[in-house]
Write a protein that binds this ligand. Structure first.
Ligand code: FES
Ligand SMILES: [Fe+2]
Length: 344
């Protein structure tokens, strides 16, 4: 996977890391919800992957039946990182340091040089799901179980059939491993129709044609009145996952999921996943046109990133009447993802 620098060279301004992102930020805790940890193909059959989210070192691994598990990374024995040199031994994750093995529930099931096992010694496991090739974990600062399930794209975009699209991984994905970014900023973009013209060089401003909140989902549809009428339908599933479906002349052209996962302090990992239609004349071939479309989508995030990395959040922003209703509705909806009592 090619990593693009997160900041184009003409944007050199970087706030010091000491500048607290939370100055002006109304919440003390990270949000609750599903957040992307990796792509499914990064944890192949019997695979083990070191990962990171919400200040936790994690290990993702795949059992014999293909089931995915995510645990806190540090071995309860002497503390080795299970994602660095750990392997699957049968259906168990084995530590690289002394070979202790942990079963699907994270329980110690074998100490290779001892007659004893310690089944009460368990790895802390994280709720994990795989949706459309994305591995997502549930984060709740209060330790709660998942309050909702992530659903596949075709639940939201009925005409989406993944076999019509080029395989997502690795051609359609891009990772920005560390961006000074809070996930809510990515989601706020979906109602920010004015920024398309200034940040994304859209020839025409967009018009919000519909928006609304429904539980953990916020949806927004925008119309771009160019040479051909284009529409962008977006759904935010909590603050970690945002789906966009692009249509031109009423026909779906490509889709994207933007996923933001807090790491430590002010930094998040940002992942873009783009599905482009296969060329029916040569299925399985990545054409220049398809490649350009993927690059264009990732570049849109490259345009947002310098804004996000250098901005200071305005919780009580003055807003033009044209932008205020949708923006305020989204911010009101977003408040539900922070632990009760954390809003100031
Ligand atoms: S540190 Fe993992 S087995 Fe010893
Ligand atoms: Fe944007």
């Amino acid at each position: 996977m090619t990593l693009i620098p997160t900041t184009p060279p003409n944007h050199q301004l970087r706030p010091s890391e000491e500048m607290d992102r939370r100055e002006g930020w109304p919440y003390a805790c990270e949000p609750t919800g599903w957040f992307q940890l990796a792509w499914s193909e990064e944890v192949g059959p019997n695979g083990v992957l070191a990962a990171e989210a919400f200040g936790h070192q994690l290990v993702a691994c795949r059992g014999e039946a293909g089931d995915l598990r995510v645990y806190d990374a540090y071995c309860p024995h002497l503390g080795a990182h299970l994602g660095v040199g750990g392997v699957m031994r049968g259906d168990r994750l084995a530590c690289p340091f002394h070979g202790w093995e942990f079963d699907a529930e994270g329980r110690n099931a074998c100490i290779p040089y001892s007659t004893k096992v310690m089944p009460n010694l368990t790895l802390k496991s994280w709720p994990v799901r795989e949706i459309d090739g994305l591995i997502v974990v549930w984060h709740d600062a209060a330790g709660g179980e998942p309050a909702w399930e992530p659903l596949p794209i075709d639940h939201w975009v009925k005409e989406f059939d993944s076999s019509d699209y080029f395989p997502l991984f690795p051609a359609g994905v891009h990772l920005w491993p560390s961006v000074r970014l809070h996930p809510q900023l990515v989601v706020e973009n979906i109602v920010d129709s004015a920024h398309f013209q200034f940040v994304h060089a859209a020839a025409h401003g967009s018009v919000i044609i519909d928006y609304g909140a429904d539980g953990h989902i916020f949806r927004c549809s925008q119309r771009f009145d160019g040479r051909k009428p284009a529409q962008l339908d977006m759904w935010a599933f909590g603050l970690g996952l945002m789906l966009g479906a692009f249509s031109v002349d009423g026909e779906l052209t490509h889709l994207e999921i933007q996923a933001t996962t807090p790491l430590l302090g002010q930094r998040s990992a940002l992942r873009g996943s783009v599905w482009v239609r296969q060329d029916p004349a040569s299925p399985g071939t990545m054409t220049d046109r398809m490649n350009a479309l993927i690059e264009l989508q990732h570049d849109q995030l490259n345009n947002d990133i310098p804004i996000w990395e250098n901005m200071r959040y305005r919780a009580n922003a003055p807003m033009a009447p044209e932008e205020a209703p949708a923006f305020r509705a989204l911010r009101k909806w977003a408040a539900q993802f922070y632990p009760v009592g954390e809003a100031s």
